[in-house]
Structure formats: C-alpha cells, structure tokens
Design a protein around this ligand. Structure first.
Ligand code: F1P
Length: 302
C-alpha cells in the first residue's frame, strides 16, 4: 500500500468523476462531424459488445424517437449483413474486440467507429473514425468512455448535454443520495423504458462486473410479465427515468426497496457506477479488474 491514499484508489473512481466534463467535451465535437455521424433520414445499425452494445441500444432508441430514421442496435456478433443499412456505427472503447472487427469487415455500408484509441483494427476497417481519447480508461470496467460516446450521439440529435452534465456533477458532489440500504440488498432489478432500457442494461452489467451482484434488467412494461416474482424485502427495483402509471404501486406491494428518483437515466447510471465501486470495495474486490474479464475480448481465429 502507498502512503498516499489517492494512489490506492481504483482508477474507475477517477474515471466516473471525469464524466460531466468529458460529456461536455464529447458533445462539442458533434457540430464538426456532420456527414460522419448519421444524418437525418439515414437507416442506421449501431453495434458494440457488452457496455458498448448497451450504449448502442440507448442511442438507437433516442434517434428513432427524435424522428431521425430507422435505427437498429445489435450485439456486434448478431449484425445482419443483408439489410441494406445506409450506415453502421460501431462503438468500441478498445477498437480490438473481435466481434466488432468481424462485423465492420463484413458489412458493405460505410462504418463510423467511435473508439478511445486511434490506429486499432476497428478503426482500420471503418470508413470514418472518431477517437475520444480524452475518455479512455485504465479500468477494465467501462464508465467515462461509454457515457461520453452516448453523449456525443445525443448531442448529434440536437440535445443539449448541459443539464445532464450539471446533474451528474450534483451526484458526484453528494446530492441525489441513494438509500443506504442499497449497500446490502442481495439483488437489484433495473427497469427502463425506450432508450432508458439500454441504460438500465448497462447499470445492471456494471454491478455484475464490479461487485458480482445479482442484477437483472427489463423494459418497464415487461417487468410485470414474470420478473416481478423475484421482488421481495431485501432486494431492490430501480426505475431509470419516469415510471409508467401503476408500476411504482405494484413494486411497492412486493416489499422490495424502490429507487424512483426520475433523474436523467445516464445520470442515474452514474449513481449505479458509484454503488458498484462502493460495494466492490466494501466486499474486498478490485473494481478495476473484475474476475474473468479483460479490457477487450480478443478471440483466436476460428
Ligand atoms: C467492450 C467490453 C465490454 C465488457 C468490458 C470490457 O469492449 O468487452 O463488453 O463489458 O467492460 O469491454 P470494447 O469493444 O468497447 O472495447
């Protein structure tokens, strides 16, 4: 151990804290990327793996809701190659993930790569590359790269990132505190609607990766179709974004702890990231190096 406590802090804590500034920086890139980022009316596929796939899902939901055109999100390994998309957006922090490399090399459409590292195999196989090097990370667990990529894409749809950035700064300054009981619940189900479902998936993944918590994630309206049977005292249900009518009452009846604070879903994700790191450290785990994970999954040729 070092005598400087900051030197022993996991990298991911500093990376989480960098998000409000990185989001603004990413958003400022959008106006100069017209013609590179998907334009209105284009039919678009967005791909990634793990965290990057969940950011793809969120962007796809937002872009369609904004009326910019058909936008489908796929795990990179599931991208159909015969649908005639006008453009593919590939999100990959490392730029080395095998499934993403395979997808971008097998598709005819122009590909925009959003990555943290220049000169990688994903960048080499793509038509255009935007490098968010200021959002690269040392932790295996992704936070600031993924959310900054999403904020760039949100900005490209005409959204201002000022409000979510300010709200995330409040979270990092200790406002919008979570119920302390979340430190010890044995299970959390994250619920989201439309684009927030992608964010809910990412929140659940963050807790699985960093602190090995049992988490699940569902579209809000799906939750009553089975998964609600899991809810009970000692477990939690976390609604990201605004809940649909009646859902909160149904959750309360289960006795599960309810989180329903109606923040911007990506800001709520910051709270989930912090909870994941807190729980990891409380449990003696290193949140930067989750069991069985690597910075990217690079597979042997098969
Ligand atoms: C994505 C990925 C995630 C995983 C972990 C490491 O890599 O493999 O699936 O959750 O955080 O990164 P990338 O293609 O974005 O580099």
């Amino acid at each position: 151990m070092s005598s400087d406590p900051a030197a022993d802090a996991p990298y991911v804590r500093e990376e989480i804290a960098r998000q409000p500034g990185a989001w603004l920086r990413a958003a400022r890139l959008a106006p100069d990327l017209v013609g590179v980022l998907p334009g209105p009316g284009e039919s678009v596929a967005v791909i990634g793996c793990g965290t990057s796939w969940f950011m793809a899902m969120a962007y796809a939901g937002l872009r369609e809701a904004a009326g910019h055109g058909r936008t489908d999100a796929f795990a990179a390994s599931e991208l159909p190659t015969d649908r005639g998309y006008d453009r593919v957006v590939a999100i990959s922090r490392s730029g080395t993930t095998t499934e993403v490399v395979r997808a971008v090399t097998s598709i005819q459409a122009p590909v925009l790569a959003l990555t943290a590292v220049a000169g990688t195999p994903v960048a080499a196989a793509s038509t255009d590359t935007v490098v968010l090097d200021f959002a690269d990370e040392r932790s295996v667990v992704q936070t600031v790269f993924a959310t900054s990529a999403l904020m760039l894409l949100r900005a490209s749809l005409g959204e201002s990132i000022d409000a979510p950035s300010a709200q995330a700064s409040e979270v990092l300054a200790g406002q919008h505190r979570l119920d302390p009981a979340l430190a010890s619940v044995e299970q959390i189900s994250f619920l989201g609607r439309h684009w927030a479902y992608g964010v809910a998936q990412e929140a659940a993944l963050k807790l699985r990766e960093a602190c090995r918590l049992w988490t699940e994630s569902y579209p809000q309206m799906e939750y009553r179709h089975g998964p609600i049977a899991i809810a009970q005292p000692g477990r939690a249900v976390w609604v990201m974004g605004d809940p649909v009518p009646g859902l909160v009452d149904d959750i309360r009846r289960t006795g599960a702890l309810l989180v329903d604070d109606r923040l911007d879903p990506v800001v709520d994700l910051v709270r989930a990231q912090l909870l994941a790191v807190d729980r990891a450290q409380a449990g003696g785990l290193d949140p930067d190096r989750p069991r069985s994970l690597a910075r990217s999954v690079v597979l042997a040729d098969s």
